[in-house]
Design a binder for this molecule. Structure first.
Ligand code: NZQ
Ligand code: ZN
Length: 378
């Protein structure tokens, strides 16, 4: 087991309604930045509900809208400028991974004239940020419970992790997520599954692996149930908590995580702006075909627990990847880059050449090997 420090400085409200945050907002200062995406919150009533609360609390509300899926560093700068201009005291972030990730860095950038990206490249980190609260409207990334921000730097062609602020509170109410289109719900749930897998297949086996397997099993079971009963709130609540658990750091305790597939997918996103869960779904089975022989015991346990496989160890390890590929197909996720309208081999070359190589992966692939795996995904 690897040494670790675990810190979770936030309150999570699960399936509570929005009045649980009223008291926190009342204390939050006068000027509130309401941050959100492309406008889904205006169609499903969440915007009206929150505006009514903020008006009741007599707040000055400044809107920061249009945070795009795969948020850009330019958008972060726009938000930081708004915060400085309007002397923002608190940010209310309403959305999913994209809104939260953008706000986590807006929070820090607003408090310094130094460029956060450049600072973090120099391994200089600041934690002094404008406090924010997270209201989840789409689950999958688990971003609401961590301080990781995946931001696309368009000038540098890097979609990279930055260290941002933690939310002071997160409100996870399944009712807010029911209007998410089903393809995005499934993409998000696969992202959750991938977080648990990529943590589990990393180094230093310990009790966290058993928790990760439980999250994987529960995610698969509930994704299959959701196919039959898409609007069932109990099923969707299970997936919402799987999502938070998979990325809130608990599964990573004592581990050096793998996350090589995520690094590849993020660079694919930097060059194509593709949907995160879709990219993971296409790459994962191909990548694991090349990985499993270097981590047999983990794949055997994965096969036994997640896919209920029995028999010879090597056979179970191999079959576990077939089961995963079959599941991806059954859920209607893309299985090739062509399904995602990605056909340009030169992009795949750039992805292989620029993605981070992860120390927690059981095999350190060369860039040519990664490129060849990506060609198999076409
Ligand atoms: O922008 P709006 O109009 O709100 O529409 C969004 C968006 O188009 C829509 N949506 C959200 N809530 C909705 C809704 N539509 C209808 N009803 C609702 N209630 O959903 C679309 C996707 O939203 P987005 O926030 O982009 O999705 P997700 O939560 O999957 O976030 C993806 C981003 O998070 C990063 C990804 O790389 C990607 O940039 N990740 C962040 C992680 C983290 N911080 O821990 C870890 C992940 O591995 C991931 O990399
Ligand atoms: Zn992810």
């Amino acid at each position: 087991m690897n040494n670790f420090t675990y810190r979770m400085p936030m309150t999570v409200y699960f399936n509570e309604d929005s009045n649980v945050i009223e008291e926190e907002l009342a204390k939050a200062g006068e000027n509130i930045l309401l941050a959100y995406g492309g406008g889904s919150i205006k169609k499903n009533g969440i915007y009206d509900e929150l505006m009514a609360m903020l008006t009741r609390l007599d707040k000055n509300v400044v809107e920061f809208s249009g945070i795009m899926p795969n948020p850009t560093y330019a958008k972060v700068q726009e938000g930081a400028k708004l915060c400085r201009q309007h002397k923002i005291d608190f940010i209310l972030a309403v959305g999913g991974g994209s809104v939260f990730d953008c706000v986590k860095i807006v929070s820090l950038q607003a408090k310094t004239d130094e460029d956060i990206w450049a600072m973090q490249e120099r391994k200089e980190y600041t934690t002094s940020g404008i406090p924010f609260g997270a209201i989840l409207t789409v689950s999958g990334t688990g971003s609401e419970m961590n301080n990781i921000a995946i931001i696309t730097n368009e000038d540098k062609h890097i979609k990279g992790p930055l260290m941002g602020s933690y939310a002071k509170f997160a409100l996870l109410n399944v009712n807010y997520t029911m209007s998410v289109p089903m393809p995005q719900v499934i993409s998000g749930a696969f992202d959750t599954f991938s977080h648990a897998m990529e943590t589990y297949f990393g180094k230093h086996k310990n009790v966290s692996d058993d928790i990760a397997l439980a999250i994987m099993k529960n995610t698969v079971t509930n994704m299959l149930k959701m196919k039959e009963d898409p609007m069932n709130k109990e099923i969707r609540s299970e997936l919402m908590w799987d999502s938070a658990m998979a990325e809130n750091g608990i599964l990573k305790i004592g581990k050096i995580t793998d996350f090589q597939i995520h690094q590849i997918e993020h660079q694919l996103g930097a060059y194509t702006n593709c949907n995160h869960g879709y990219g993971l779904a296409v790459i994962t089975p191909h990548f694991y075909e090349h990985l499993y022989l270097y981590n047999i015991s983990a794949f055997v346990k994965f096969g036994k627990v997640v896919w209920d496989l029995k028999g010879d160890d090597l056979e179970i390890a191999e079959k576990s990847i077939d089961c995963l590929a079959h599941f991806i197909k059954e859920m209607g996720l893309p299985t090739t880059f062509k399904d995602m309208h990605i056909t340009d081999k030169s992009i795949l070359r750039k992805v292989a050449d620029t993605c981070n190589i992860m120390p927690g992966c059981a095999k350190q692939f060369s860039r040519d090997e990664l490129y060849n795996i990506l060609l198999e995904c076409l």
